[in-house]
Design a protein. Structure first.
Lengths: 103, 387
C-alpha cells in the first residue's frame, strides 16, 4: 500500500503487511546505497501488528521505481550470496574428502 | 582562488613554504584518510562501550571528500567471500566477508523463525494413567525434533483433511507391568504409522453402510511408505534416547501424535535450528611495543590466550597478537590503569562469523540456502505488490 501525493511522486510511504525487521532493515540498507535516494527509513507502528512502514524520498525519480530497484538489488545480492556459499561448501567438502582419503 | 595562491606565494618568501591543501601528497584521490577509514570499517570497543557501531550507509556520506560511498553491485560481487571453517552433520561455522549487518541479521532471523519444519501438533490420547498430565505430555512430544525433510510436505490449514501430503502420524503405546521396575519412555518408542491414523472416528450416523472403509482421524489415500523418499529411510525422531515420560508399575500410555508443518514464528518447536548466531571478527591491535615484564603480564591477563611472547634477541621479549579470532571481548587486557593506551580492541564491521546448529531435520548448509531463498521470495512478493 503506497501513501503518497498525486502531484509529487518522488516521496511516499509504503505500508507492507506481514513483514518485520527482517525484510525492512535489508531494504533500508539497499535503499541507502542508491544515490537517487535522499531519505529512507522504516518504522513498525505496533509490534503486535505485523506491519512495516517504509518511507522513501528521492531526488526526483518516482519513489515506487526506486523501491522496486532496491528490491531487485537485494534479490541479486541474495542470489550471489547463495552461489558463493554453495561453491564454498563444495570446495570444503572436496577438500575434506581428500583429507580423509589421504588418512 | 587567485588571491589565495598569491598570498601563499608572498608567504613563501618569508617563511617555510606553505603547500596548498589540494597538493598534499599522501592522500590518494577517491579514498578516505586513515582515521576516517578506521571509523567507517571498524567498531572500536573501548572500556565503557563500543563506539562507531553504526554502518555509515548513506550514499552521499563522504561526498565532500569526493569519495563515493554508494555500493554498486559489482563491487559487492568482487568483495564478497565465504570461507567454511567447520562443517559437521549438525554444525556449521562459516565466515562471510563483505556482507552488511542488516543482511546477516536477516538471515539469522529467517533461520530461527521462518524456515518451516515438521513437529507434532495434535495428540490424540486414548489412555494415560501415568503421572505426567496429558497436556504436559503433548507439550513434550511437540518439542521432539523429527528427522524428516519439511520440503516434501504441504502446510495444513483449518479446513483441510489430514492426508499423506500434510501429516505424519506416530503411535506411542507403552505399558509398565505390575511387579516390574519403573521404566523410562524414550523417543524410540514413537512408532511411525505410514498408513495413517488407526483410531476410528465415531460418527453420529448409524453405520448402515458397513461395506465402506472405517473412517479414521486421517484420510491417507496411499501409504507414505510407498513414496520413494521414505521407502528406505523411515521417519523417526532425530535422537532415540530422549526421555518422554517415566512410568511406574501398572501405568500405561496409549496415544497417537500427528505432526504437521509450521514455522518458528508460531511456536518454537517448529524452529529448525537449535540456535544460530553471528559475531564480528575481533581485531586486537597493539598501539605501542610492549616488552619484557609488561609483555608477560599481558599474556597472563588474557583468559583465552590471544597474546604470545616473541623473542627479539638480546634476551628481550615482545608481545604479539597470535590468535585474535578467539578473543571474546572480555576486556581484561584493557582493564587497569593505562592499558588502553597499549591495546586497542576492535571489530571488523563487515566480517561475520556465522554459526548454525541444526536440530536434525535438514543439514545446516541446506538450512542456510533455504533461508536465502526465503529472503528472495519476500523481495519477489514486494516487487509483485508494487507492480
Amino acid at each position: 500500500m503506497e501513501l503518497g501525493s498525486l502531484q509529487d511522486n518522488s516521496q511516499a510511504t509504503f505500508s507492507l503487511t506481514d513483514e518485520d525487521h527482517t525484510l525492512a532493515n535489508s531494504l533500508r540498507f539497499t535503499l541507502n546505497q542508491d544515490p537517487r535516494v535522499s531519505f529512507c527509513g522504516y518504522s513498525i507502528p505496533h509490534p503486535s501488528d505485523a506491519r512495516v512502514n517504509i518511507r522513501v524520498q528521492t531526488t526526483g525519480d518516482s519513489a515506487r521505481e526506486v523501491l522496486k530497484d532496491s528490491c531487485q538489488d537485494l534479490m541479486l545480492m541474495c542470489e550471489h550470496v547463495r552461489s558463493t556459499f554453495d561453491q564454498a561448501i563444495l570446495e570444503f567438502k572436496s577438500k575434506d574428502g581428500l583429507k580423509s582419503m589421504k588418512i | 582562488m587567485t588571491t589565495e595562491s598569491e598570498d601563499s606565494e608572498s608567504m613563501e618568501e618569508q617563511r617555510t613554504p606553505k603547500i596548498p591543501v589540494w597538493d598534499l601528497p599522501d592522500l590518494p584521490t577517491g579514498k578516505l584518510p586513515p582515521h576516517l577509514e578506521l571509523q567507517r570499517t571498524r567498531v572500536l570497543c573501548t572500556f565503557d562501550a563500543p563506539t562507531h557501531t553504526e554502518k555509515i550507509q548513506s550514499s552521499g556520506a563522504y561526498a565532500s571528500m569526493g569519495v563515493d560511498n554508494s555500493m554498486q553491485f559489482e563491487e559487492f560481487r568482487n568483495k564478497f567471500r565465504v570461507e567454511v571453517i567447520r562443517l559437521t552433520e549438525d554444525d556449521l561455522e562459516v565466515d562471510m566477508i563483505g556482507i552488511d549487518a542488516s543482511l546477516a541479521n536477516a538471515f539469522r532471523r529467517i533461520l530461527i523463525a521462518e524456515l518451516p519444519t515438521m513437529a507434532i501438533e495434535k495428540v490424540l490420547v486414548a489412555n494415560n494413567t501415568s503421572v505426567i498430565q496429558d497436556e504436559v505430555l503433548a507439550h513434550r512430544l511437540g518439542l521432539i525434533p523429527l528427522k524428516v525433510d519439511p520440503r516434501l510436505f504441504d502446510y495444513i490449514s483449518e479446513n483441510d483433511e489430514p492426508n499423506e501430503k500434510n501429516t505424519i502420524v506416530f503411535k506411542l503405546h507403552v505399558r509398565c507391568e505390575r511387579g516390574s521396575a519403573r521404566i523410562k519412555v524414550k523417543s524410540d518408542e514413537l512408532k511411525w504409522l505410514p498408513k495413517g491414523s488407526e483410531f476410528v472416528l465415531n460418527s453420529e450416523k448409524s453405520t448402515a453402510d458397513s461395506t465402506s472403509k472405517t473412517k479414521t482421524y486421517t484420510s491417507f489415500s496411499c501409504s507414505q511408505d510407498s513414496l520413494p523418499e521414505f521407502s528406505n529411510n523411515p521417519i523417526a525422531p532425530k535422537h532415540d534416547d530422549i526421555i518422554i515420560a517415566k512410568l511406574g508399575p501398572g501405568q500405561e500410555i496409549e496415544l497417537e501424535a500427528h505432526a504437521v508443518k509450521g514455522m518458528g514464528k508460531v511456536h518454537a518447536k517448529w524452529s529448525p535450528v537449535a540456535t544460530t548466531w553471528y559475531r564480528m571478527l575481533p581485531e586486537v591491535v597493539l598501539l605501542q611495543d610492549i616488552e619484557d615484564e609488561k609483555a608477560e603480564e599481558l599474556v597472563k591477563k588474557c583468559p583465552v590466550k590471544v597474546f604470545d611472547i616473541e623473542d627479539i634477541g638480546k634476551g628481550r621479549k615482545k608481545a604479539t597478537v597470535a590468535r585474535p579470532r578467539s578473543c571474546t571481548l572480555c576486556r581484561e587486557c584493557i582493564r587497569g590503569d593505562d592499558w588502553d593506551k597499549y591495546v586497542s580492541l576492535r571489530r571488523v564491521k563487515d566480517h561475520f562469523i556465522f554459526t548454525i546448529e541444526s536440530t536434525g531435520a535438514l543439514p545446516p548448509e541446506e538450512l542456510f540456502v533455504e533461508a536465502v531463498k526465503i529472503l528472495e521470495d519476500k523481495c519477489m512478493r514486494v516487487i509483485s505488490e508494487l507492480s
